[in-house]
Each structure stands twice: as structure tokens, then as C-alpha cells.
Design a protein around this ligand. Structure first.
Ligand SMILES: *[C@@H]1O[C@H](CO)[C@@H](O)[C@H](O)[C@H]1NC(C)=O
Length: 301
């Protein structure tokens, strides 16, 4: 390495360290887990906005420093505008165990003027294949909107602003596992999905438009943080105690309200474009938990 190169390397790393220090509120809870030179802090005065960028070289992402168990976890996102075909922006919770749990929001970009798809999925003990896809009722690149997950012993709600778009009821009584013992980290990322994301891969990414930027703010947790040392998770006992004393662990939060039932019906009738439960060609028989994904079930509970 010549002197010039060393000087440049030093300069880069010093300015990066300063950026992190000034934006400390966000970075108290998160770190960049890939593509760190693509991460920007345009709201550095407030320390509250983070931009993730994708270009032909790499995407980028961040992850929480600690995992969480139960509660409500969400964030506001503003997605890539204009021609976002081929881009995939994700916001998800995932555990680090071998039989992992995962709750996903994935935003599949589109050509200008065509709608994004929001795909959600639920993994319990490593088993996923539970995709649901919807169109949104607004342009998610025009402004920030809240995306979040409410999670207790009875159910998991996927929320967009204050609208419930999906429910996953605890299926243990059907002999299926539920997400009830594995704390999960919060992740977000933007990456290149041009081989499949937009009209099944027919629309490729227009790299002349790079970088593609997704923006984040207002991370909001009302949950139980579990201490961890590396990938070693501490005892979650305290989080069970907290669950029963918290608002999100109360019995009525384990049932759907009338507003939530109405939201779910409206989404199902007007916005769902794909549901694994109705994909007859995909499974030999309908997955057992699907009986709970229909309005008849919601209104009875
Ligand atoms: C993109 O737009 C086309 C045409 O409206 C639509 O069929 C498709 O579902 C949209 N979304 C994605 C991610 O392909």
C-alpha cells in the first residue's frame, strides 16, 4: 500500500466513526451487518434517519444488538421511489437458533407507477412456506409508514400503520410449533432480487438509476430485551414474567378486536393477491393452520 492509499483508508474510517457517534440513538440498538459503506445518515442532526442503499456492487442492512421476546416491534420505512424493479427491501425478526423462527415483511419493487408487493411470511422451527402477498392502499415510496409486529402467546399480528394485514394464531393445539421461546433480532436490508422479485423476474433492475435507497426512522419497541453474549442467549425467564404484566400479554390482546377483524376482511377481499392457503397446486393438502386464516374463524373467536 502506498501512502496515499493509507491516508484514504484512514479518512474513510474516521468519518464513519464520527457518523456513528453522532447518530448514537439509533446505533445504541443496531449495527450495520453488511454493506456498511452504503449506509447513510441524512438525518444526522436528529440522529434518527438511516438510509440503506443498493447498487450493483452490494446491498446493505442493519441488525439489532439484542434479541427480543414478545411485545410490539416496528419501524417507519420509506421505500425506493421511481423505478424500483428488482429491488427487495426487508424488515424482519429472526432468531439465531438452528430451528429458527422468522417473521418477514418483504417489499418487492416495481417499474415506475406500478404497485409494490408486500410479502409476509412466518417461520416456526425452520418451517416457512407461508407466504402471503398484498398490494398496499398507498404508495409506500411517497412517505414513511409504520410496519410492525405484535407478538404474544396467542397470536402474531402483522401491522401496516394501524391496520392489521395478517394474523397467525398459535397452532400448538394442532400439533404445530409456535414462536414462543426463541427471542428474535430485528433486521432490515435492501438487496438485489432481480431474478424473481418483479413480475416473477421479467422486469430487471435498471442499474442506471442506482443507488436505490430505502429510508428508516422511529424504531419503536415495546418488548422484552434479552441479554446475549455473542450468539449465546441468556435466560428468558424475565421476559415471561414481563409478558404477563405487560399490556401485550393480557388475555384480550390475544383475541382479535372487531376493528382488527374488519381490517383483515378488507385486506383479504381487496388487497391479497397471493395466499399459500389457497395455492392448491403447491401442497398435497391445505396446511392445517389455514382453517384459522378465514373470516369464519376470526368472527367466532
Ligand atoms: C408490478 O406491476 C405489475 C403490473 O401492474 C403487477 O402485475 C405486479 O404484481 C407488480 N408487482 C411486482 C412486484 O411484480
Amino acid at each position: 500500500m502506498d501512502k496515499m492509499k493509507i491516508a484514504l483508508v484512514l479518512l474513510c474510517c474516521v468519518s464513519f466513526a464520527v457518523a456513528i457517534a453522532e447518530a448514537s440513538e439509533f446505533w445504541d440498538d443496531f449495527y450495520v451487518n453488511f454493506g456498511d459503506w452504503k449506509v447513510k445518515y441524512p438525518g444526522m442532526e436528529t440522529g434518527k434517519i438511516v438510509d440503506l442503499a443498493l447498487d450493483q456492487e452490494t446491498g446493505s442492512g442493519f441488525r439489532s444488538k439484542y434479541p427480543f421476546l414478545f411485545g410490539q416491534l416496528g419501524m417507519k420505512l420509506k421505500l425506493v421511489g421511481g423505478n424500483s424493479a428488482g429491488t427487495v427491501t426487508s424488515f424482519y425478526l429472526a432468531s439465531v437458533y438452528e430451528k429458527w423462527s422468522e417473521l418477514d415483511f418483504e417489499f418487492l419493487g416495481n417499474t415506475s407507477g406500478d404497485p409494490y408487493i408486500l410479502q409476509t411470511n412466518v417461520f416456526c422451527e425452520g418451517k416457512g412456506d407461508r407466504e402471503q402477498r398484498i398490494y398496499l392502499w398507498f404508495d409506500p415510496s411517497a412517505d414513511y409508514h409504520y410496519y410492525g409486529i405484535r407478538w404474544n402467546k396467542d397470536l402474531i399480528l402483522f401491522m401496516v400503520d394501524d391496520v392489521v394485514i395478517r394474523v397467525f394464531h398459535n397452532p400448538k393445539d394442532l400439533g404445530l410449533p409456535y414462536l414462543e421461546y426463541q427471542p428474535m433480532y430485528v433486521y432490515s436490508s435492501i438487496w438485489n432480487g432481480e431474478s424473481w422479485a418483479t413480475r416473477g423476474g421479467a422486469e430487471k433492475t435498471d442499474w442506471s438509476q442506482q443507488p436505490f435507497v430505502a429510508s428508516y426512522k422511529e424504531f419503536d419497541v415495546d418488548s422484552c430485551r434479552v441479554d446475549s453474549h455473542g450468539e449465546e442467549i441468556e435466560d428468558t425467564h424475565e421476559c415471561y414474567k414481563k409478558l404477563y404484566s405487560s399490556w401485550y400479554g393480557q388475555p384480550d390482546v390475544g383475541k382479535l378486536t372487531q376493528k382488527q377483524v374488519d381490517d383483515l376482511k378488507r385486506i383479504q377481499y381487496n388487497y391479497v393477491i397471493y395466499d399459500y392457503c389457497t395455492d392448491a397446486g403447491r401442497f398435497n393438502s391445505t396446511p392445517p393452520e389455514c382453517a384459522r386464516n378465514w373470516p369464519q374463524y376470526w368472527t367466532e373467536s
